[in-house]
Design a protein around this ligand. Structure first.
Ligand SMILES: Cc1cc2nc3c(=O)[nH]c(=O)nc-3n(C[C@H](O)[C@H](O)[C@H](O)COP(=O)(O)OP(=O)(O)OC[C@H]3O[C@@H](n4cnc5c(N)ncnc54)[C@H](O)[C@@H]3O)c2cc1C
Ligand code: SF4
Length: 524
């Protein structure tokens, strides 16, 4: 099958995985090309030392910053992409995030479709990712056609106490929607090594367990690991992608298919399109508008650590979110953003992030801390760019919309203090924090100002799609993975209908239910 797939999907992260699964379940043959390998299930998966100090699973890549200085990015090249290590917070964007939304430093532009158009796909993505949630007390929650598939993850006493206190001081908190199989028959053990770690027992709903494994189970998908896509090749008239040049087992090969889906992550997808520049597309493939690589966004993010004399014995801490100030506050009329709890910080993690901190101090602080992260939307700026320079990715980026972020962090720090943690330490995650990267190959209705149409098809090459986080014209202020998956299902449905004449009907309930729990049951 590998020599003649219908569709080649480049990248096995949430964008590529969702596309491949949807296509394969509806009869299309797919070849997935992934530059990395499987993440082995092993003891080191849950080792702070291996994951945070030795960075055992972080990609060995070198990028350049705006000044041309080299750094090792926090990026993951493996089956499942970044979601193998993500925190599994699976949150819908708010309804107003799809419209023009005025921020204090500028406009967050409207999407070519609205919330109602993606809502059914959010629902499906939540089912596939086993999302546990409850919108009660989330003042900015968008409407939903069905309840969450599973009830919210329970909060432990220290966290419940904090929620009560924050409410008393004017900020409602609600359950953080999480993708785990913590239900009857599921094997999630609510461990302390979830956020930032791969799940050793395969209970986290991520791109490998929820998308790639079920896609492979259809028998219509071939996954080629350790296969780096170097360039896309164009037809003489430049209107079609005719080949995908790969490096596999030390050899260069050219693979072909009717449709090509680029899903390498927002930075690497832009880099691939840019380095595929040729006579027919001198500024890069899909780039007649000139937007490829521009408008990079990744959220303004700050971690907050509240310290008290009492020990925090919470094991699974990441259960609360706070959207009270998402669209503003009584004393601030512009959007501020979102906050959520982090997985419980451990001593080793602190020392890895703050190298000058003695280990014993880090361990003691972590025992007494409660941990949050605040996100504020950053705005698309064409001067914030991914470039391809001297054979390397270069990130030429200046952060924006920091004023409301500072206000949000101040409000959250005050709430944490009032809740019994008199000392609050903050750490802005500005430099090289690419975890929520998006926006670099944006979609839109106008080919002069966007690279993709509303189904993520290139305006320039009509057999080319880019289906990962790149398409987003604005970043909202919550984690992106659920939206990447929902948008991928929508794009794949369009592809099935337009390019394969397949009208997507719902799978029979029995088959669907089987697919939903497949990821949890798989043991390699
Ligand atoms: C530590 C961490 C925690 C996070 N927590 C959350 C969270 O709780 N909730 C949430 O919603 N989001 C979270 N995110 C963000 C989320 O993981 C990403 O938004 C999402 O995984 C991006 O998916 P993607 O498909 O766009 O790209 P990726 O996940 O980056 O996948 C791209 C894939 O393409 C492959 N690839 C790249 N280039 C090539 C090439 N040239 N040839 C072949 N293959 C290639 C890569 O190896 C990779 O497997 C987190 C991210 C990180 C890093
Ligand atoms: S067992 Fe549950 S809590 Fe632990 S890493 Fe896996 S999904 Fe996360």
């Amino acid at each position: 099958m590998e020599t003649k797939p219908d569709v080649i999907v480049i990248g096995s992260g949430v964008g590529g995985g969702a596309t491949a699964r949807r296509l394969a379940e509806n009869g299309v043959n797919v070849l997935i090309l992934e530059r990395g390998d499987w993440v082995p299930r092993e003891q080191d998966n849950w080792s702070v030392s291996s994951v945070f100090f030795e960075k055992k699973y972080t990609a060995h890549d070198t990028w350049l910053d705006a000044k041309g200085e080299a750094f090792r990015p926090s990026i993951y090249y493996n089956v499942g992409g970044c979601t193998k290590f993500y925190g599994a917070s699976l949150i819908r964007f708010r309804e107003k995030d799809f419209d023009d939304l005025l921020h204090v430093e500028g406009l967050s532009p409207a999407w070519p479709y609205r919330y109602k158009d993606i809502e059914p796909y959010y629902q499906e993505a939540e089912e596939i990712f086993n999302v546990h949630g409850d919108d009660t007390d989330d003042p900015s929650a968008p409407w939903r056609s069905q309840a969450y598939p599973y009830p919210a993850m329970a909060t432990e006493p220290v966290v419940a106490k904090m929620a009560k206190s924050m409410r008393e001081y004017g900020a409602r908190t609600s359950a953080l929607p999480l993708g785990l199989n913590h239900f009857e028959g599921g094997n999630c053990i609510r461990c302390k090594t979830c956020d930032g770690f791969p799940c050793r027992v395969g209970a986290k709903s991520e791109a490998e367990t929820a998308l790639i494994q079920p896609a492979l189970a259809t028998g219509r998908v071939t996954l080629s690991t350790n296969t780096l896509v170097q360039r896309l090749l164009l037809s003489e008239d430049g209107n079609q992608v005719t080949g995908v040049e790969v490096m596999r087992s030390g050899k260069v090969e050219v693979l072909t298919a009717k449709l090509i889906v680029v899903a390498c992550g927002a930075i690497n997808s832009a880099a691939l399109l840019l380095r595929s520049a040729c006579a027919q597309a001198p500024d890069g493939v899909a780039n007649s508008s000139g937007v490829v690589g521009r408008n990079y966004m990744a959220h303004n993010q700050t971690a907050l650590m509240g310290l008290s004399l009492k020990e925090n014995d919470t094991v699974f801490q990441k259960t609360l979110q706070m959207n009270e100030f998402y669209f503003g506050a009584d004393d601030y009329s512009f959007p501020l953003g979102h906050a959520q709890m982090l997985g419980k910080l451990q001593g080793g993690m602190l020392s890895a992030n703050v190298p000058y901190l003695p280990k014993i101090v880090g361990v003691t602080m972590a025992k007494h801390s409660i941990d949050w992260i605040a996100f504020t939307e950053d705005l698309p700026d064409p001067n914030n760019r991914v470039l391809w320079k001297d054979g390397k990715v270069q990130l030429d980026i200046r952060r924006n919309n920091l004023k409301p972020h500072k206000v949000l962090v101040k409000k959250l720090a005050s709430l944490i203090r009032l809740s019994g943690y008199p000392v609050v330490l903050t750490k802005p995650l500005l430099k090289h924090s690419t975890s929520h990267q998006c926006g670099t190959v944006k979609f839109g209705n106008d080919p002069a100002t966007s690279a993709l149409d509303q189904y993520c098809r290139s305006h320039d090459q009509d057999n080319l799609f880019v289906i990962d986080a790149s398409f987003m014209p604005s970043s909202a202020a919550v984690n992106p993975a659920l939206t990447i998956a929902a948008n991928a299902f929508r794009a794949a449905d369009h592809m099935l209908k337009k390019d394969f004449g397949i009208d997507v009907t719902k799978q029979p309930a029995e088959a669907k239910a089987k697919a939903l729990i497949y990821g949890a049951a798989v043991r390699r």
